[in-house]
Design a protein around this ligand. Structure first.
Ligand SMILES: Cc1ncc(COP(=O)(O)O)c(C=O)c1O
Length: 395
């Protein structure tokens, strides 16, 4: 019989052979508009979720340092034993007010928030309706719950309605969607979803990891942009992207839901609390997101400029406006070659292929930040032009 480790090595070899093995680059600088890796200095960084440019902001760093001095390093406890700091409560209040919900609960990550929410709120007599392109953490959270599952075709409202009709007998129903789909930058049709939810007596939950701080006039999220601020029942989000980029996630909604989650959500009950310094700095980040709209303006201006520049190069850019800007390439290898060339020319962008994205649309996902200067984006576009020439696909 084969040794266990031999079979594991075979699995690793298989991933490498299929081009699915993920290599990591090691940063030796802060996360910012440009970063340095062990091999290369000052790469223009087009692949982080640092949308508002807050990951390396001096006020946020100072807030975290002050909290470290005042409250120490770690909590050494889950929230319900002795791990709830006053700063956690403040972060929850600030977050709830920002996304305009009654209350919020902070988790170690949004992966945990999505992992814990369904099992805590739903049982076997209930039903979940989930967009087929929802994030992995939603898929895993649904797996952990006994409710009946219905997967609707991506943003397809007819399919969703058919499924809602089919599950008329369910006690509680919940429609769950990403606000912004992370591989496409597309936005969920929340108005239509809310309409169907009302018609079929369902709750609506939105994962706004790529929208909080970004979408809507005040950056409250997809529900603000789509003008259904009140109608969305539950929002999950992260502090690990636009809001400072450290870690932590949240669920915001009605008081009763949040109270039940505090009693029953397993990642909240059985995982350590985020450190006070991260809570303090995340409060600072939420306040900056609320009070510094110029960051959002810069982000959206950058996204519009970069989208237009990619189209001018003749690239197949997925339609939209979001700072997630995917350019589709004819094959996974070509996308990878272009990303590698870009890296050689001082631009950091990542190629994605099957199974992360559909086989027929391998891509490079460019991500904009308010931290990018126009000059950096222009440099990145000339590097891309050279990379396309090198790979032989400049039209
Ligand atoms: C849509 C979506 N949901 C959830 C998560 C998980 O967030 P966190 O990093 O806070 O666990 C991510 C992060 O990749 C995401 O993109």
């Amino acid at each position: 019989m084969k040794d266990l480790y031999e079979t594991i090595q075979e699995e690793l070899d298989h991933l490498k052979k299929e081009g699915l093995y993920k290599e990591e680059k090691f940063l030796i600088s802060p996360q910012d508009g440009s970063v340095s890796t062990e091999e290369k200095k000052d790469l223009i960084n087009l692949c982080s979720n640092n949308y508002l440019g807050l990951s390396n902001h001096p006020d946020i760093i100072k807030t975290a340092k002050d909290a470290l001095d005042l409250y120490g390093f770690g909590m050494s406890s889950v929230r319900f034993i002795c791990g709830t700091h006053a700063l956690h409560k403040e972060l929850e209040a600030v977050t709830a007010s920002y996304v305009q919900k009654e209350d919020a609960i902070v988790f170690p990550s949004c992966f945990d928030a999505n992992g814990g929410i369904f099992e805590a709120l739903l049982g076997k007599e209930d039903a979940i309706f989930s967009d087929q392109l929802n994030h992995a953490s939603i898929i895993d959270g649904i797996r952990l719950c006994k409710a009946e599952r219905f997967r609707y075709r991506h943003r397809n409202m007819q399919d969703l309605e058919d499924l809602l009709k089919k599950a008329h007998y369910a006690r509680r129903k919940i429609i769950v969607t990403d606000g912004v789909f992370s591989m496409d930058g597309s936005i969920a049709p929340l108005k239509e979803i809310v309409y169907l939810a009302k018609k079929y007596d369902s709750l609506v939950m939105v994962d706004d990891c790529h929208a909080t701080g970004i979408l809507g006039e005040h950056g409250r999220g997809t529900h603000e942009k789509e003008e259904v601020l009140k109608e969305v029942d539950l929002i999950t989000g992260t502090y690990g992207k636009a809001l400072g980029g450290a870690s932590g996630g949240f669920i915001a909604g009605k008081k009763e839901c949040i109270s039940l989650l505090r009693q029953k959500a397993r990642p909240y009950l059985f995982s350590n609390a985020i450190t006070p310094s991260i809570a303090a700095a995340s409060i600072c980040a939420v306040n900056k997101s609320k009070n510094e709209p110029e960051r959002r303006k810069r982000l959206w201006d950058n996204a519009a400029f970069f989208r237009a520049s990619l189209s001018k190069l003749g690239l197949d850019v997925m339609p939209g406006t979001h700072p997630i800007i995917p350019a589709i390439f004819p094959s996974a290898n070509i996308a990878l070659d272009v990303a590698n060339q870009l890296y050689n020319f001082g631009v950091y962008a990542v190629a994605f292929s099957y199974p992360v994205v559909p086989k027929e649309s391998p891509r490079i996902r460019f991500q904009m930040s308010a931290a990018h200067t126009k000059a950096q984006l222009e440099t990145a576009i000339s590097a891309l032009e050279r990379a396309l020439e090198q790979v032989g696909i400049l039209r």
